[in-house]
Design a protein around this ligand. Structure first.
Ligand SMILES: [Zn+2]
Ligand SMILES: [Zn+2]
Length: 206
């Protein structure tokens, strides 16, 4: 047999090793990419640019594609990925009930874990890989390629728990964001006061 995508001889598999690996990589990156994209689309407020210098491409370089935005907001990617998960699971474990929508991250992770089985046994593997690639391309067209890098601002100064422990997780900023959010304790730093406090406490030992 040959790889559905590139025509390489694959023995008995539907996808070659290379295309299997890139499918796994895309599935791992897709939720991150869509999360970054949602953040990049937050309108920038004035004032932040003075404090945080943004490097490289600042968000979408071309006028926003309204259709793509609609698809984003309607959870198009999540719906597409979920439908593939349902189908793969039905093929592989026909006795199991269809899984409820798990969200883009959970469904992508599930598919990523099954990628070897998909490549070896799933007839629609090529079509699945193509659709995942299209979702990625659509997101990259909006955000720019590569995705703007997050810049490290410092460490989270929020007090977490009852013992006065400081969170200390890295706080990063991506072009276009109008606020900072700690991904560990979910503290939001918004407005100049918050930001100046955050920057101030970076200088002192925690
Ligand atoms: Zn291939
Ligand atoms: Zn934190």
């Amino acid at each position: 047999m040959t790889c559905t995508l590139c025509g390489t001889n694959t023995g008995t598999a539907y996808l070659c090793q290379w295309d299997t690996a890139s499918l796994a990589k895309r599935l791992a990156e897709l939720p991150i990419l869509y999360a970054e994209m949602a953040e990049c689309l937050v309108p920038r407020r004035t004032g932040w640019g003075d404090i945080i210098a943004t490097h490289g491409a600042a968000g979408p370089s071309s006028p926003l594609n309204e259709d793509a935005l609609d698809q984003l907001s309607s959870g198009h990617a999540a719906a597409v990925v979920h439908s593939w998960r349902v189908d793969v699971q039905r093929e592989r474990w026909p006795q199991h009930a269809a899984p409820p929508p798990g969200g883009l991250a959970a469904d992508s992770r599930w598919l990523a874990m099954e990628v070897d089985w998909i490549a070896a046994h799933y007839k629609a593997a090529g079509e699945l890989a193509r659709e995942i690639r299209a979702l990625e391309a659509q997101a990259r067209a909006l955000v720019g390629d590569p995705v703007p890098k997050r810049k490290l601002i410092g460490q989270c100064i929020a007090v977490v728990g009852d013992e006065g422990k400081v969170c200390g997780a890295d706080i990063t900023h991506a072009a276009g964001e109008s606020r900072l959010k700690c991904r560990t304790c979910h503290t939001v730093y918004e407005g100049q006061t918050d930001l100046l406090l955050l920057l101030h406490y970076q200088k002192e030992p925690a």
